[in-house]
Design a protein around this ligand. Structure first.
Ligand code: SAJ
Length: 420
């Protein structure tokens, strides 16, 4: 089998695929980017992006202009294929592998002897050696014999993707040793961190473990936060001090876990497990209950009988991104409305949402309280005098501990923090 890689086809040009394609193109590979969204394909071929990732815009413009990256709506023949498509869950919390399967079917149509196929999407253990392999082999070629096959889970943090894609350590697991080694050499061309070799199934399980680790620790922080607020103890101070211990790394409490990864991925392990997974399930329950904790706390601050106006600041699932998938802001707004409040919603990064988005000024005008859900830079820098003049009653709930409490209290605000 030949393993010289010059041309790479990246299937899926979303938040992982596009940065990966652009990074590979900048390293001198001929990159074919593929997406089923024709508008996205055209946009990329004009050298434009709509993702809020520092450095991505300029890089895409550059590699498209110089001809190293071209986008298409179907895969083309290449030396290597990287699949980076979404893996959501169904309503019954089962992994939904339809995009991975469709991508694999389309890759199978142009697979050649000597190719490498790498799956980057997060999947349940056994997917690479099972379903993925089977679909690719409909090409008539045999994995491990005619083509190499590996899993290399993406590990980048939305908001800092362009740096993390190069700097983070990676894990590469092939279906056999040769596949691992070929994939390893490819990733070593652009990853500055270490690239660790393992099997495909260990790589898949490791990725799930990483996100579950974070989910469990966020649940612990949220539980501590709720207990501390009953005790009148400041959880943020507790966490800061506990983390001075060399073996303690407590996470931060917050309004709940959003995004398409941490709250979703744990279910992949639950569905693959042959034994009960009580910790993972309880974690999901605790983090899923945080929006209610937040809604109740802000409702306690206003007079519900007078149909108060409550401004929700931030609907993106975390600071400085425009992604609203699984955002805790949505259940918070729904709970506030259900309790009879008039809710105004603002987020300077988000244009489209289930609820109409207004400016910060409009959201605060005449409000009886605001609840800060997402710690975007704009809210951290908000002037309490300015906000106070706009509002009817100066109540505020900071779910991220990002406002300077003393300054807000000095201007007459009743500022409460989650977990304090
Ligand atoms: N959150 C907290 N407390 C914390 C940390 C996060 O409440 O201490 C909340 C955030 O506000 C957000 C959610 O959790 O709503 C998730 O945010 P995040 O920044 O922790 O993670 P994601 O979902 O943006 O990205 C994660 C990362 N995984 C890990 O850190 C183990 C990223 O590296 C993965 O590539 C990504 O999932 C993925 O695709 O799996």
């Amino acid at each position: 089998m030949t393993s010289q890689i010059n041309e790479i086809c990246v299937v899926g040009l979303g938040y992982i695929g596009l940065p990966t394609a652009a990074t590979l193109a900048s390293r001198g590979f001929n990159v074919i980017g593929v997406d089923i969204n024709q508008r996205l394909v055209e946009q990329i071929n004009r050298g434009e992006t709509s993702m809020e990732e520092s450095g991505l815009d300029a890089l895409v413009k550059d590699v498209v202009k110089s001809g190293w990256l071209k986008a298409f709506s179907t895969p083309q023949e290449a030396d290597a294929f990287i699949i980076a498509v979404p893996t959501p869950i169904t309503l019954k919390k089962r992994p939904d592998l339809r995009y991975v399967k469709a991508a694999a079917r389309s890759v199978a149509t142009c697979l050649r002897r000597g190719n490498l196929v790498v799956l980057e999407s997060t999947v349940p253990p056994g997917t690479t050696t099972g379903a993925l392999r089977k679909i690719l082999e409909t090409s008539g070629l045999t994995a491990g014999c005619d083509f190499h096959l590996a899993h290399c889970p993406e590990r980048v943090l939305p908001g800092d993707i362009m740096r993390e894609i190069r700097e983070n350590d990676r894990i590469v697991g092939g279906i056999d040793e040769a596949s691992t080694q070929v994939a390893l050499s490819l990733y070593k061309t652009f990853v500055k961190g270490n690239v660790f070799a393992t099997s495909a199934t260990v790589a898949e399980t490791t990725k799930l473990a990483e996100n579950i680790y974070r989910d469990v620790n966020i649940a612990l922080a949220n539980e501590l936060s709720n207990v501390c607020s009953q005790l009148g103890v400041d959880v943020w101070e507790v966490i800061k001090l506990a983390n001075k211990h060399p073996r303690v790394h407590l996470h931060q409490p917050g309004p709940g876990v959003g995004g398409h990864c941490i709250g979703v991925v744990p279910w992949f392990l639950v569905s693959a497990a042959h034994s009960p997974t009580p910790l993972i399930r309880l974690t999901r329950k605790i983090n899923g209950a945080q929006p209610e904790v937040v809604a109740n706390k802000v409702l306690d601050m206003v007079d519900a009988a007078k149909s108060p106006k409550i401004a929700v600041l931030g609907v993106a699932y975390k600071a400085n991104v425009r992604d609203t998938r699984e955002t805790p802001a949505l259940p918070i707004i729904q709970l506030l409305e259900k309790a009879g409040a008039k809710v105004s919603v603002t987020d300077q990064l988000v244009q489209e949402f289930t609820y109409p988005i207004c400016s910060l000024e409009e959201a605060l005008a005449g409000a009886d309280a605001f609840v800060l859900v997402t710690d975007h830079r704009q809210y951290r820098q908000m002037d309490p005098q300015w906000a106070g003049k706009l509002m009817r009653t100066k109540n505020a709930l900071d779910t991220r501990n990002c406002l300077k409490a003393i300054e807000w209290q000095k201007t007459g605000f009743r500022l409460e923090r989650l977990g304090a």
